[in-house]
Design a protein around this ligand. Structure first.
Ligand code: AMP
Ligand code: MG
Length: 479
């Protein structure tokens, strides 16, 4: 491991850039584009400590995390990948507005990427400007950190900086850079690009790299497939148990590590409906709430297809790949049952009857437009009845439920551990962005503070669902 130093920070940062040691075919080396007036607006001290980053002043941090100064030991590069976007294969995407600075091994022994997002154009920018504006940067900062606090595997946010430059969107908006931390940025699309180009050696090397970095118990490509499928099955059930809709589950936004990545038009459900879609570009509901289990299986089928290309005799492994992908719906259902079972107080829910009990409650919630988060929170605190207009429907369900939880030791504790009080509601995110654009970061701070402890927060004001006027029905990619 080469030790390197961020020049005017006092403590050494041990960058160890394994991805940059892969062949040139995987990336383009280039530095982020410096910005006019870097200004630090958020810094995640807890995460910085986990990564073992040195103390530094706000100015140094602003320069490094806006891309205006490349720290010593970094090996900045833009990664190459492809991907299926809304089901259509795009043969080349890549980091069009992101730069991987390098990797560090944290105090927990875990290797992580440090990436700047919004850091200027790259050879993969296509029609884009390589920049981001403040809105999506704060959105990803708050939601990714909230997901982490909820216990969902996710990329994290280390820093947000203003660039002092405007970006052109529908109007002129303040430019910003997000510093993102991830177990890696390997995606299904990273495999797809080499598979579709017939670059078998690169595909083999990537497979070996992914195994060593994320799934060291795997020995063969099909073992890697099995591990990623299991992680993604668990992830989608995890999302759903919090009413989370990713919104753009393209194969380039689907990680090999099993972390959630790319918080674009994502949102949490307020009043429950299984067909909920927020993303303005998801016109056919491909990525609707209840479609997520089907889409993740589709994505993993693409991953399987890509992995198979490296085998001398793929026919031998097609049956195995098929078996692995076909096992996913049952894996997702099992994970869903465990998580939604916990949300109704069951420590060891059975597949058929208990899943039906949870689904029946969701159906009553949907019929009455009950708020997802607040209903489960109220259930955990014994006053769910008030969440329903038609209490008879709930009472009938409640009789069955009470009979079922009678022999649970502590159903309240099980429910409270599975259902948060506060989530980053869409209208609060929009309110935070509007305020920040006007220089007021108080709503950003408030959300961040409350969401550090989503299961126990005292900021009950953030529990309120949106009024009709506050409702934000659509979210935008916001690139
Ligand atoms: P995303 O929707 O964030 O997953 O991005 C999909 C693709 O579009 C990736 O290849 C991005 O790098 C690229 N992209 C998104 N926004 C921009 C932008 N402002 N400039 C250049 N490329 C972009
Ligand atoms: Mg993406």
């Amino acid at each position: 491991m080469s030790r390197a130093y961020i020049s005017d920070m006092q403590v050494s940062v041990p960058f160890d850039n394994s991805y940059a040691r892969l062949p040139d075919a995987f990336y383009t080396r280039l530095a982020p584009t410096p910005v006019r007036a870097p200004q630090l607006i958020a810094y995640n001290d807890d995460l910085a400590a986990l990564l073992g980053l040195p103390d530094a002043g706000a100015e140094d941090r602003a320069r490094v995390f806006s891309g205006s100064r490349v720290p010593e030991g970094a090996a900045p590069l833009a990664q190459l990948y492809a991907g299926h976007q809304f089901g259509n294969y795009n043969p080349q995407l890549g980091d069009g507005r992101a730069i991987l600075l390098g990797e560090v091994v944290g105090t927990d022994g875990v290797r992580r990427d440090i990436q700047l997002k919004g850091s200027g154009p790259t050879p993969y920018s296509r029609m884009g400007d390589g920049r981001a504006w403040l809105g999506p940067v704060l959105r990803e900062y708050v939601i990714s950190e909230a997901m982490h606090a909820l216990g969902v595997p996710t990329t994290r946010a280390l820093a947000a900086t203003l660039t002092g430059e405007n970006v052109v969107r529908e109007s002129l908006l303040p430019g910003a850079v997000l510093t993102r931390v991830a177990a890696s940025h390997l995606r299904v699309g990273t495999f797809q690009i080499f598979a579709s180009r017939g670059q078998t050696e690169a595909l083999k090397e990537l497979t070996q790299y992914a195994i060593e970095r994320h799934w060291p118990d795997a020995e063969r490509p099909m073992d890697l497939l099995r591990a990623v499928c299991a992680a993604q099955a668990e992830l989608v059930a995890n999302w759903m148990s919090f009413g989370f809709i990713h919104g753009v589950m393209n194969t380039d936004n689907c990680t090999i590590s099993g972390e959630t990545i790319d918080y674009g038009p994502c949102a949490f459900i307020d009043d429950f409906h299984e067909d909920t879609v927020f993303s303005s570009i998801d016109q056919h509901g491909r990525y609707a709430f209840s479609n997520q289990p089907r889409i993740i299986v589709w994505n993993m089928a693409q991953f399987a297809t890509a992995l198979l290309q490296q085998l001398d005799d793929p026919a031998d492994s097609v049956d195995e790949a098929t078996e692995i992908v076909h096992a996913m719906p049952d894996q997702i259902e099992a994970a869903w049952t465990r998580r939604f079972g916990a949300k109704i107080g069951l420590s060891d829910p059975s597949a058929a009857d208990d899943a039906a009990l949870a689904r029946d409650l969701l159906q009553i919630m949907q019929a009455q437009g009950a708020d997802f988060t607040n209903t489960f929170d109220a259930l955990a605190r014994g006053d769910a009845r008030d969440q329903f207009v038609d209490r008879d429907a709930f009472d009938t369900w409640s009789e069955r439920w009470n009979a079922r939880i009678a022999d649970e030791a502590d159903p309240q504790a099980v429910m409270q551990a599975a259902s948060p009080r506060v989530i980053p509601r869409n209208h609060r995110i929009e309110e935070m962005i509007s305020a920040a654009v006007n220089g007021d970061y108080a709503p950003f701070e408030r959300l961040q503070n409350a969401l550090r402890d989503p299961f126990g927060t005292a900021d009950t004001g953030l529990m309120r669902p949106p009024t009709a006027a506050q409702r934000v029905p659509a979210t935008f990619c916001g690139t």
